[in-house]
Design a protein around this ligand. Structure first.
Ligand code: HEM
Length: 445
C-alpha cells in the first residue's frame, strides 16, 4: 500500500501548516492519514510517524543508517558540537566519557544536592507567597531547574538573572526554527538583523560558560563533577585534553538540555494538577504519609508511587522534546516504500503519546495508566519522552528524580489554585512549553 501523502495548496503551504502548529498538525494528519505519512515540502522528502514500530526501527535497529536531522544542524549554531548534536565516533567517545556522571551511584550524590536546592527554594517561595500569593510557576520552575542543573553538574550557583537566561533560550529556539523554515535564505542569514540579536544572546551564554571553566581552572579544586570530568579527560590515543571550545559545547548542551525540558515538564504538571485538584490532594497525602521534613530522601522518593504516575502521565501528554528527527544516510525500505537518502524522518513523540491505537482516551489526564499493573500490557515503544536506542537522553534518570521530588515537595507545602480566565496552549517550539506562562495563587497548606 502506498504511503499517504499530505498535500496542501502547494509545497510552501504544507511546510507552513506544519511549522505553524506542529502539534495540531500531527494529531489531525494522524486522524486522516494514519500513523505514517509523507508531507510535500520543498527540496526534501519529509515523513512523519507516530507509530511505535517506526520509532523502534529508526532509533534502535537502523540508527547506524540515519543521522540527526537538519534541526539539530541548525541547533549547532548555539550548542556547537556537544552530545546532543555530535555524531559518529566523536559522539560515542564523548558519551562514554560522560556516562559515569549519570550512573546510579553518582546520581545518589546528585540527588542530595537536588534536595537541598529544592528545600531552599521552597522556603524562599513560602516567604514570597506570604507577601504576594500569585506566582508565575513557569518562571519559578525555570529558576529552580536552572539552579539544580548548575549546582549538580558544575558545582556552581546561578550568577545570572534566570528570567534573562530563559528569554535568551526562547529567542534562540525561535531563531533556530526561523532558519529551519527558510532554507532558501541560508546565504543571507548572517546579514539579517535577527542574527545580531542571536549573536548577542550567544555571547552572553559564552561569557557565563567560559567564566565557569576559567574559575574552575583557577581554583584547581577537584569537585568530581561533570566539569572536572570534561577538564581532566584525556584522549586515549593522543593524550590530548579537550579544548575550551569543546568543553563549552558540552557544558552549554548539558545546561540547556538539562534544565529547560525539566522546567517545562514541571510547569505542565502544575497546570494539570490545578485542573485535577483531586490528584493534587492525593500527592499531598502521599507526601504527608511518605516522609517527614520538607523533601523525601531517595529511599522515600522510590516509594512515592502516585507522584511517579503523575510525572509519567505529564510527560505523556506534554513531552517536552516533542519531536525527534533523523535524516536517512543509507536508504532502506519501510512498509514497501524506499526511504531515499536525504529523507527527513520526524518521529512525533507528542503524536505517539496520543495515538488512539495505543492509549485509551488519549487526550485525558489519567495518571493511573502508569500503575504497575498496566505496564506489562503496553508496548515498550509507546511511551518515549526520553527517546530510545543509543541516543537515549543521558539525563533521563536525573529528570525522573528531579520532577517527582519537586512536585511532591511543592504539593505537600502548598495548595495551587488556578487564576481565572487563562487558557494554556502548549507551544511546539524546538521544545514544548506552556503558553502563556502557568500562573497560580498559592496557599500554604
Ligand atoms: C523531562 C526532561 C527531559 C526530557 C523530556 C528529555 C528528552 C530528551 C530526548 C527525547 C532526547 C533524545 C534526542 C534524540 O534522540 O535526538 C534527549 C537527549 C539528551 N538529553 Fe534529555 N531530556 C530531559 C532531561 C535531560 C536532563 C536532565 C539532561 C542532563 C542533565 C539531559 C541531557 C540530554 C543530552 C546531553 C542528550 C543527548 C544524548 C546523546 O545523544 O547522547 N536531558 N533528551
Amino acid at each position: 500500500m502506498a504511503i499517504p501523502v499530505y498535500r496542501d495548496r502547494g509545497y510552501r503551504s504544507a511546510a507552513r501548516a506544519f511549522f505553524g502548529d506542529p502539534l495540531s498538525f500531527v494529531i489531525r494528519r494522524q486522524e486522516e492519514l494514519g500513523d505514517f505519512f509523507r508531507v510535500r515540502i520543498p527540496f526534501r522528502r519529509l515523513y512523519i510517524s507516530t507509530d511505535p514500530a517506526f520509532f523502534e526501527e529508526i532509533l534502535v535497529q537502523r540508527q547506524r543508517q540515519c543521522r540527526k536531522s537538519p534541526a539539530y544542524h541548525q541547533m549547532r549554531i548555539a550548542l556547537g558540537n556537544g552530545l546532543l548534536t555530535s555524531e559518529g565516533d566523536f559522539w560515542l567517545r564523548q558519551r562514554r566519557l560522560m556516562q559515569p556522571a549519570f550512573h546510579r551511584t553518582a546520581l545518589e550524590k546528585l540527588y542530595a544536592v537536588m534536595r537541598e536546592e529544592t528545600a531552599l527554594w521552597l522556603d524562599d517561595l513560602e516567604d514570597r507567597v506570604r507577601r504576594d500569593p500569585v506566582v508565575d510557576l513557569s518562571r519559578e520552575m525555570t529558576r529552580l531547574a536552572s539552579g539544580i542543573a548548575l549546582k549538580t553538574l558544575f558545582s556552581s550557583s546561578p550568577r545570572r538573572d534566570d528570567s534573562e537566561v530563559a528569554a535568551e533560550i526562547l529567542r534562540t529556539q525561535a531563531y533556530v526554527l526561523w532558519r529551519l523554515e527558510r532554507p532558501w535564505l541560508t546565504p543571507f542569514f548572517p546579514l539579517l538583523a535577527n542574527n545580531r540579536v542571536f549573536r548577542r544572546d550567544i555571547r552572553r551564554f559564552d561569557d557565563m560558560v567560559y567564566g565557569l571553566i576559567r574559575d574552575r581552572r583557577a581554583d584547581g579544586a577537584q569537585r568530581q563533577d561533570l566539569l572536572d570530568l570534561l577538564i581532566h579527560a584525556r584522549d586515549a590515543d593522543t593524550g590530548a585534553a579537550m579544548t575550551d571550545r569543546q568543553i563549552r559545547d558540552e557544558v552549554i548542551t548539558l545546561y540547556v538540555a538539562g534544565h529547560e525540558t525539566s522546567a517545562n515538564a514541571l510547569a505542565f504538571a502544575c497546570h494539570l494538577l490545578m485542573q485535577h485538584p483531586e490528584w493534587a490532594d492525593r500527592l499531598a497525602g502521599e507526601a504527608e504519609q511518605g516522609y517527614s521534613g520538607s523533601t523525601p530522601d531517595d529511599q522515600a522518593l522510590g516509594r512515592l508511587d502516585l507522584v511517579r504516575q503523575v510525572t509519567e502521565e505529564t510527560l505523556r501528554l506534554y513531552p517536552p522534546a516533542h519531536i525527534i528527527g533523523r535524516e536517512v544516510a543509507e536508504p532502506f525500505d519501510w512498509k514497501g516504500d524506499r526511504l531515499a537518502k536525504g529523507s527527513i524522518l520526524l518521529m512525533s513523540i507528542y503524536g505517539l503519546h496520543r495515538n488512539p491505537a495505543l492509549w485509551e482516551d488519549p487526550h485525558v489526564f489519567r495518571p493511573e495508566r502508569f500503575a504497575a499493573e498496566h505496564a506489562a500490557v503496553r508496548s515498550k515503544f509507546a511511551w518515549l519522552p526520553f527517546g530510545a536506542g543509543p541516543r537515549l537522553c543521558i539525563g533521563a534518570r536525573f529528570a525522573m528524580l528531579e520532577i517527582p521530588l519537586v512536585l511532591s515537595a511543592l504539593f505537600r507545602r502548598f495548595r495551587l489554585l488556578p487564576l481565572e480566565g487563562t487558557v494554556m496552549q502548549p507551544a511546539g517550539l524546538l521544545t514544548l512549553k506552556p503558553l502563556p506562562a502557568v500562573e497560580a495563587r498559592l496557599e500554604v497548606r
